[in-house]
Design a binder for this molecule. Structure first.
Ligand code: IP8
Length: 255
């Protein structure tokens, strides 16, 4: 059974416009989906985003820019880390009675972006592992920064052995769309030569939104057979990918 690396988008599991508001029902449904996949015998890594538990305050304290002279950001680092712990604990609780191994990036990662330093082997023990986008320490002069869950997806999907699926579960759309308005159609198969429509709320997100995600998904598709962007509100679609190899969503293929 292959290893499944799964991202639960922050906008899917929280209300992005309202500080620290989790969507417990969606978390429960995603957790049930993981239980199903685990019963099928898969090793699973869950990476969850930050949503309104991370982006709003990280922007307020400009944590994505690193250490800024004259600005007291220590309080912001503590608040965002503690809020991320709250969201993380909600996710872990929903996964009960599965036993999960949690990896807080701040405990094993230095630096941000796709080349962050950190031992990915810790995700190799059989079973279910879970991690998330976080505030991590960085080399001077930055001192700290924001590691996106999408960069964790990239490293975990390309460096762990036997990865059969990398699945990005998002909210708000069935997959990648030709246009953001109501005339938009789902793009069922996508490679990085093809256009797509995406909106990055630069006023909210401190990481790269859909453009970062598609960039990372494209790299992953060079290593992993099944790379998908799906509507995480329909968790049966995730199971369909694993059981049947197809569903309603966007499959990302390498060029
Ligand atoms: O939502 C961002 O992670 P992402 C992490 O996966 C924080 O991009 C703390 C804003």
């Amino acid at each position: 059974m292959g290893r499944i690396i799964m991202k639960w988008g922050g906008g899917l599991i929280s209300d992005k416009s309202s500080l620290c508001t989790a969507d417990n029902e969606r978390i429960r449904l995603l957790a049930d989906c993981v239980k199903t996949l685990s019963e099928m015998g898969h090793d699973i890594v869950i990476v969850h985003g930050a949503g309104s538990f991370g982006h709003i305050r990280a922007r307020e304290y400009r944590l994505n820019e690193g250490n800024i002279d004259g600005l007291d950001q220590a309080e912001g680092i503590n608040i965002v880390r503690s809020d991320m712990d709250d969201l993380h604990n909600l996710v872990i609780r929903a996964l009960h009675p599965l036993s999960v191994t949690s990896h807080r990036p701040r405990d094993f990662v230095v630096n941000t972006g796709p080349d962050f330093q950190g031992h990915i082997e810790r995700f190799l023990l059989p079973g279910i592992h879970i991690t998330f986008g976080d505030v991590v320490d960085c080399d001077e002069p930055l001192d700290f920064g924001i590691l996106s869950g999408d960069d964790l997806m990239l490293r975990l999907s390309t460096e762990l052995p036997d990865v059969s699926h990398a699945i990005f579960a998002m909210g708000g759309a069935p997959g990648l769309m030709t246009s953001a308005d109501s005339s938009g159609e789902l793009i069922p198969l996508w490679n990085n030569n093809m256009p797509f429509s995406g909106h990055h709320s630069q006023n909210v997100d401190v990481t790269g939104g859909i453009f970062l995600k598609m960039d990372r998904a494209d790299v992953i598709s060079q290593f992993v057979d099944h790379v998908w962007l799906v509507d995480g509100e329909h968790t049966t679609r995730i199971v369909e990918i694993v059981e049947h190899g197809h569903t309603i969503g966007t499959r990302i293929v390498s060029t």
